[in-house]
Design a protein around this ligand. Structure first.
Ligand SMILES: Nc1ncnc2c1ncn2[C@@H]1O[C@H](COP(=O)(O)OP(=O)(O)OP(=O)(O)O)[C@@H](O)[C@H]1O
Length: 299
């Protein structure tokens, strides 16, 4: 990966009461969408908070667009980052969407008022309502509209879909895809929604119990593992590294989980085995195997 980096994390650690997050080592290339996935409490939001500097790591170093910062992020870097957090800013609670937007426009030199207006209309967000009187979904829509209008170089999204109805959520995915086409933006998003990963992500970062298990190109995960039902003696195959799991369903009938299409071809050509059924594993199944220690080969 020799591209310019939007973000680089080196041995970053944050100690929480019940769990230590890290050490996190990541290199996020510019101009791509990276999805942070992992179970509840695995550390995704903590990592995002450290990227916005709302949380200071206990150890390690973070570089934004190649620059590091010991204290608060300098305005020059801050103005290139937009963040939609799980919990919106309390400071903006008593402002209307219009007031909050005009305040944000001061901070973001590339603020695009026309885009803001268009998105607010499209998302049907009330403009003159105080933000704390909006529904959860309305406020979220304002947050996303304002984040996109800031024309950031780095857009950080924590659970985009939270509180959104499915129609607006789909529109937002399209808006994000359009932003990727129009601008050189990097998006890093924490999500539980597989469809979001499927539609948007270029890379997947898997976080489990505070540890980053790795970063993989999403397209390489598709078709990386297969379920194969076979009849016959599997003895000679059990030592093969491509065989991830072998479960006996009934005598001489096995369900195999295998890596590598070529290996599946070998099974199909074996004289001792009859291959009954095959299917490529779904993305979530591949991620589950990864959590269980079977990391994808091409990362
Ligand atoms: N403000 C806080 N103070 C102390 N510990 C916290 C705080 N916020 C989160 N934690 C702890 O840090 C760990 C990671 O939490 P985090 O919110 O980063 O996980 P997550 O992957 O984003 O979870 P979820 O998917 O549920 O949003 C958890 O053990 C959590 O209890």
């Amino acid at each position: 990966m020799n591209e310019t980096l939007a973000l680089e994390l080196k041995d970053v650690i944050k100690k929480r009461r019940r769990r230590t997050i890290g050490p996190v080592n990541l290199q996020i290339p510019q101009g791509h969408i990276v999805a942070l996935v992992g179970s509840n409490g695995s550390g995704k939001s903590t990592i995002l908070h450290m990227l916005t500097r709302s949380l200071i790591p206990d150890e390690g170093e973070i570089r934004w667009f190649g620059d590091k910062s010991a204290g608060d992020l300098p305005q020059e870097i801050r103005s290139r980052i937009a963040y939609v957090s799980e919990n919106p800013l309390v400071e903006e609670n008593y402002q209307t969407a219009e007031q909050a937007a005009s305040f944000r426009a001061h901070w973001y030199p590339s603020w695009d008022q026309k885009k803001f207006e268009r998105l607010m209309t499209h998302f049907e967000v009330p403009r003159n309502e105080r933000l704390n009187r909006m529904s959860k979904g309305e406020r979220r829509k304002f947050e996303v509209a304002a984040a996109l209008a800031a024309s950031p170089k780095l857009l950080i999204l924590d659970e985009l879909s939270s509180g959104l109805d499915p129609f607006i959520w789909k529109d937002m995915l399209t808006e994000l895809q359009n932003s990727m086409l129009e601008e050189d933006v990097t998006i890093i998003m924490a999500t539980h929604v597989v469809e979001e990963v499927r539609r948007l992500a270029d890379y997947i970062v898997l976080v489990h119990q505070g540890k980053v298990l790795g970063m993989a190109e999403k397209d390489l995960l598709y078709g990386s593992c297969y379920e194969v039902w076979v009849r016959g003696d599997v003895g000679e195959w059990t030592g093969r590294p491509e065989l991830i799991r072998c479960d006996e369903d009934e005598p001489l009938m096995h369900k195999l989980i295998v890596r590598d299409e070529a290996f599946m071809g070998e099974l199909q050509q074996s004289k001792d085995l009859q291959v009954l059924r095959t299917r490529a594993l779904e993305l979530e199944e591949v991620l589950q195997l990864w959590i269980q220690g079977h990391a994808p080969e091409h990362r």
